[in-house]
Design a protein around this ligand. Structure first.
Ligand code: PGA
Length: 255
């Protein structure tokens, strides 16, 4: 059985002080049962250590992740941070290929692949985001489009590393819009992602990799999504910015 994973993508929200407060509120409401799943907070880059320190002090069953990384170890890459730097701040996970990074920062499939490789080499777990725009959804080619993103992101990786990685299916039309994919729509694509991993590697790898849904996941829709066999958790934006809703979403994954 795959362990569920709930990750909060805080994006460019929360100051250092607000990060401490939110991480503390979430930590206070966490229970021992949370160890049955993986719970991850991904604050803005300068606040990773702040969140990590709060959670570590509390021995909370909550990990910390970053939202971006550069694939080189060091060098003249102004504004970037390496895998080793993130690890030093306490990050165990890192989101790559989020649609906002693809759209606003020209992150390509090739860059996503390099980032995933660098993260794995450095011992961090990549959360690789894929997902189609509304235009691609409407023209019906979304399965091909998303599976091509998966193929590009995982190219050249070893199955044993892919098995430990995470893919997040995030239809762009559902991100921050309040318009969630139906559980059936999300399941259809998450199953196709898993089938792609099976084709590229093997069934064992496909059965092990966690596939998340992201895009307006909230207390009202989490149960329906989590019931689906190929949805192993969520990548949560807006609802991760309040302790109450994020804690609700995590608890919804426990039986
Ligand atoms: P949302 O964001 O939950 O606010 O739609 C999800 C994401 O972008 O990861």
């Amino acid at each position: 059985m795959r362990k569920a994973l709930m990750a909060g993508n805080w994006k460019m929200n929360k100051t250092w002080a607000e990060t401490v407060v939110l991480a503390q509120h979430i930590s206070n409401q966490s229970t021992e049962q949370w160890s049955d799943l993986d719970v991850v907070l991904c604050p803005a880059m300068p606040n990773i250590k702040a969140a990590y320190s709060v959670l570590e002090f509390d021995h909370a069953p909550i990990a910390v992740g970053a939202q971006n990384v550069h694939w080189e170890e060091s060098g003249a890459y102004t504004g970037e941070a390496s895998v080793g730097m993130l690890a030093e701040l306490g990050a165990k996970y890192c989101i790559v290929g989020h649609s906002e990074r693809r759209e606003y920062f020209a992150e390509t499939d090739e860059a996503v692949n390099k980032k995933a490789k660098a993260l794995i080499a450095g011992g961090l777990i990549p959360i690789i985001c894929v997902g189609e725009s509304l235009g691609i959804r409407d023209d019906g080619s979304f399965i091909d489009y998303v599976c091509a993103q998966v193929r590009a992101a995982l190219a050249g990786l070893e199955g044993s590393n892919v098995a430990k990685s995470v893919i997040a299916y995030e239809p762009i039309w559902a991100i921050g819009t309040g318009r969630t994919a139906t559980p059936e729509q999300a399941q259809e694509v998450c199953a196709a992602i898993r089938a792609t991993v099976a084709e590229m590697f093997d069934t064992e790898t496909a059965e092990a990799i966690r596939v998340l849904y992201g895009g307006s996941m909230k207390p009202e829709n989490v149960a329906g999504l989590m019931e689906k066999p190929d949805i192993d958790g969520g990548l949560i934006g807006g609802a991760a910015l309040e302790a109450e809703s994020f804690v609700y979403l995590v608890n919804a994954c426990l039986d």
